[in-house]
Structure formats: C-alpha cells, structure tokens
Design a binder for this molecule. Structure first.
Ligand code: NDP
Length: 251
C-alpha cells in the first residue's frame, strides 16, 4: 500500500473550503473517505460518505467516529480541519465570554475528543496519520482574536502530544498553519474588517494579498495538497511539526 490508497480517512469540516478539497483529493487518490460537519446540504453535494455532527460536543464527536467505524472501518487517516473563525471577536477587554467558550469548544475541545477516540484505535492498528488545521494565528496572534488565537495555539500543543504519545505505534501527527485563504470563513472576517475600517471587501483582500511575497493569498488547493501529503504513507519521517503554508511570508 502506498500514498493513501485503501486507507480509511475521516475529514472534519469537509462541507466546504479546505476540508472539502482535502476530502476530494484523498478520495481521488484512493482513500475511503468519511466527511463530517454540521451542514447536511453541503456534505451531501460531495458524493462521498458523510455523517452530520456537531464536533463541539463529546456526543457529536463519538457519533462521527462510530459512523466511520461502522461504515468503513477504523480510522487510519484523521484530518482534523473543522473550525470557526474570529470575525465576531473583539479586543480582549471587550471579548464576550460566550464567544471564547464556543470557539474553544469547537476549535480545541472537539479535536481533543476526536483524537482521544481515534488515536487509541490507531495504536491497536500500529498505523495512523493525524493532520490538524491550525493557522499562522497558532504562532502569531491576530488583533482582536484572543479565542481563535488561543485555540489555534492550543491545537499545536494537542498535535505535539499526539505525536509524542503515538510515535512508538506507527502514528505521525502534524499541523498545517495556513495564512489567509479565500473561503467562507475568511470572507466573513473580510466583511467585518471592511465595515470596521471603512474599506471595501476587495480592498481588505488586496491588503491581505500584500502580506505575502507573491502578492496573493494562499489557495485552498495549496493547503489541501499539503494535508494530503502529510496524510500519506510517504510522510512517515515527519511528525510533531507545525508547518506554515504562508507563501514565504515572515509572519
Ligand atoms: P470554512 O468556513 O469554509 O469551513 C469550515 C468547516 O468547519 C465547515 O465545513 C464547517 O461546517 C465546519 N465546522 C465549523 N464548526 C463546526 C462544528 N461545530 N461541528 C462540525 N463542523 C464544524 O472555513 P475554512 O475552510 O477556511 O476553514 C478550515 C480550517 O482552516 C479551519 O480550522 C480554519 O480555522 C483554518 N484556517 C483557515 C484560514 C483561512 O484564511 N480561511 C487560515 C488559517 C486557518 P458547518 O458550519 O456546516 O458545521
């Protein structure tokens, strides 16, 4: 077996954006892919197995893992990509406690619940590939984003814990840290920033593009391809790494 062929993959946040493209690439390369998120209509359009679940709850996470095992078998590739963004956040002294809790519940607690359930089975199988989608905000804080920043920093700690605990059992664990990617999530924050700063949405995107040496933002495909490589058998030498997908930008 090579690449991802024949492997059972669970991709979270697969309804749209980075997760959707990752699920498509893994399926094209022969993986047996289970897709999960909350929006049934988005998942149904993919033409792959799917389970509708809120991954910010222990029950939702258990359901997604159970459904995968029942229909496809134990998870061998776990792409933990789902998340909510920071468009509704405020500077720390104005931050709403509920916004903090919701972000941590979805972006960090869910990945812990899922890892706990999935990695134990990987240990039994002596094989596993775990890839988390963190963010450049997992290393450098964005303005008015304490919950998102903290959840994405935390995800890197979780990724490293899985790498250390699972390393003796054929399991690798890594994180991709994308810069700006023009998805639904980032469009929401662009709209909010445009309103806050009296700019147009396109001006916000031009300013974001200017952060990167090529003068453009990162594409969904660029992130999904990096995830697909880390999900493959050939990435066996890489574990515990937080890999920026940021076009050579210094931050
Ligand atoms: P999208 O909004 O396009 O996709 C997010 C996905 O996560 C959706 O499928 C959404 O589905 C799912 N999701 C959100 N909350 C939950 C939940 N409670 N339970 C289950 N699924 C959930 O955003 P992106 O593709 O941009 O984001 C993917 C990842 O990339 C995120 O972790 C994000 O933080 C990260 N990222 C994105 C960047 C960007 O600029 N776009 C930059 C850096 C990192 P649904 O709402 O239906 O549940």
């Amino acid at each position: 077996m090579s690449g991802v062929e024949g492997r059972v993959a669970l991709v979270t946040g697969a309804g749209r954006g980075i997760g959707r493209r990752t699920a498509e690439i893994l399926a094209e390369r022969g993986a047996r892919v289970m897709c999960t998120a909350r929006s049934e209509s988005e998942l149904a359009g993919l033409g792959l197995d799917f389970a509708v679940a809120d991954l910010g709850t222990p029950d939702g996470c258990a359901f997604a893992v159970d459904e995968t095992e029942k229909r496809l078998g134990p998870v061998e590739i776990f792409v933990c990509n789902h998340g909510i963004g920071s468009a509704h956040e405020r500077v720390i002294w104005e931050q709403d406690i509920d916004v903090w809790s919701e972000t941590m519940r979805i972006n960090l607690d869910g990945p812990f619940y899922l890892s706990r359930l999935i990695v134990g089975r990987m240990v039994e199988q002596r094989y596993g590939r775990v890839v988390f989608t963190s963010s450049t905000a997992g290393l450098v804080a964005e303005h008015a984003g304490s919950a998102y920043n903290s959840s994405k920093h935390g995800l890197i700690g979780l990724m490293r814990s899985v790498a250390v605990d699972g390393g003796a059992f054929g399991i690798t664990s890594n994180a991709v840290l994308p810069g700006w990617v023009r998805t639904a999530m980032a469009e929401r924050s662009a709209a909010q920033e445009a309103e806050d700063r009296g700019m147009t949405v396109e001006q916000v995107w031009d300013a974001r593009a200017a952060l990167y040496p090529p003068g453009r933002v990162v594409t969904v495909d660029e992130v999904a391809e990096a995830i697909a490589f880390l999900a493959s058998e050939e990435s066996s030498g890489i574990s515990g790494e937080a890999i920026r997908i940021a076009l050579g930008a210094s931050e």
